[in-house]
Design a protein around this ligand. Structure first.
Ligand code: ACO
Length: 334
């Protein structure tokens, strides 16, 4: 059975930085509150006049991953994008990215799994490669969450940011690469974090028509507790399934929602914080983009090295959560 190796990573973020001082101009908040409760100092905001769409950010991240892997567009047979903020309800972000990168031999589709979108996409790509159905998969997490934000809700607008990350997965005979993927959901809690797709306001003549303003809504306190227990639990499952212990892990790349959640997961897993990669201070919560964005930064800055055991762990709306355990093979930053 072939193994799925990550042979290239890439990422892309919008140019515009909105720091906490900038947010103080928009809502009643402070740098002190945001930093203490979340660890976030700034986030990137996609701008229309710069054409920083979800598809454009995803395509840029994809091209960088392809370049690192030395993979041409026509080699890619599958494009899977984790996203909750595609530029259009349909078609998929993946199809729009396919056009940008000219990968016309691929099947392209999106996965909606909240902030776990990239982990769900990795799970599918890994299984496709292991089953011999795919040889070269492009897996992307791309988001423009700021289009869903209610800029009057200080409880949520300070948390989110835009960006994209990508990975090329290729089939290899040599053992390694993705050791296992694990995904879980619990729809009983879907209403802790959601966004409607709306058509507000309804015309008078069509009173009674389904109509909802489409802003993201969140119950932060309850999510916090679910996030910590779910991420720690699935990380333990991944370790046990592979006969590994916490000491075997060189780096954990968690979903970058909030520094306090990451610290609580570290404490629960009894893995020191210096083995957790964090960049949430620079980008905030970029949902599906957060893990591939962090993974690319860790890879390019040599925080991950050949042979390292790396744990990716996510949590998001749905509720959804997931873990992927990897044995890293050297990639060529080019
Ligand atoms: N600035 C200043 N004050 C604020 C802000 C803000 N931006 N937001 C809320 N407050 C106030 C509240 O109004 C409240 O005031 P009150 O005590 O006078 O009523 C006070 O701060 C405390 O509010 P809480 O919501 O209880 O604050 P909490 O300590 O829970 O922190 C936070 C809020 C940071 C959102 C926290 O609940 C959290 O991190 N939750 C997880 C959220 C998250 O990460 N979601 C995404 C994960 S899932 C995913 O990524 C899809």
């Amino acid at each position: 059975m072939p193994f799925a190796h990550i042979t290239g990573t890439g990422s892309a973020v919008p140019e515009r930085i909105l720091d906490n001082a900038g947010l103080e101009q928009i809502v009643d908040t402070s740098d002190e509150w945001i930093t203490r409760r979340t660890g976030i100092k700034e986030r990137r905001i996609a701008m229309v006049d710069k054409n920083e769409t979800t598809a454009a950010l995803g395509a840029l991240a994809a091209r960088r991953a392809m370049q690192m892997a030395g993979v041409s567009a026509d080699q890619i047979d599958t494009i899977i994008t984790g996203t909750v903020s595609a530029d259009r309800i349909f078609p998929s972000a993946a199809c729009m990215i396919q056009k940008e990168i000219e990968a016309f031999n691929a099947a392209a589709y999106d996965i909606s799994a909240g902030c776990s979108g990239f982990m769900y996409a990795l799970d599918i790509a890994n299984n496709n490669i292991k089953a011999g159905m795919s040889k070269t998969c492009l897996v992307i997490g791309a988001e423009r969450l700021t289009t869903l934000v209610n800029w009057k809700d200080r409880g949520t607008c300070v948390l989110l940011g835009d960006g994209a990350g990508a990975a090329i997965l290729q089939n290899r005979a040599e053992p390694g690469g993705i050791l296992s993927t694990h995904i879980k959901s619990d729809g009983r809690y879907w209403d802790l974090l959601y966004s409607d797709s709306g058509n507000d306001p309804p015309p008078e003549l069509l009173k009674g028509l389904a109509s909802v303003p489409f802003h993201l809504k969140m119950e932060g306190n309850r999510l916090f507790k679910q996030a910590v227990s779910s991420m720690a639990g699935i990380a333990e499952t991944a370790l046990v399934q592979n006969g590994l212990t916490r000491e075997d892990i060189q780096l954990v790349i968690p979903h970058q929602a909030n520094l306090r959640i990451i610290q609580a997961v570290a404490e629960k897993l009894k893995i020191p914080m210096d083995r957790f990669f964090t960049n949430v201070h620079k980008y905030g919560n970029t949902s599906s983009a957060s893990i591939p964005l962090a993974m690319d930064e860790a890879n390019r800055s040599s925080r991950i090295n050949h042979g390292d055991i790396v744990l990716l762990v996510s949590f998001g709306a749905g509720l959804t959560w997931g873990a992927t355990l990897l044995k890293w093979a050297a990639t060529n930053p080019g």
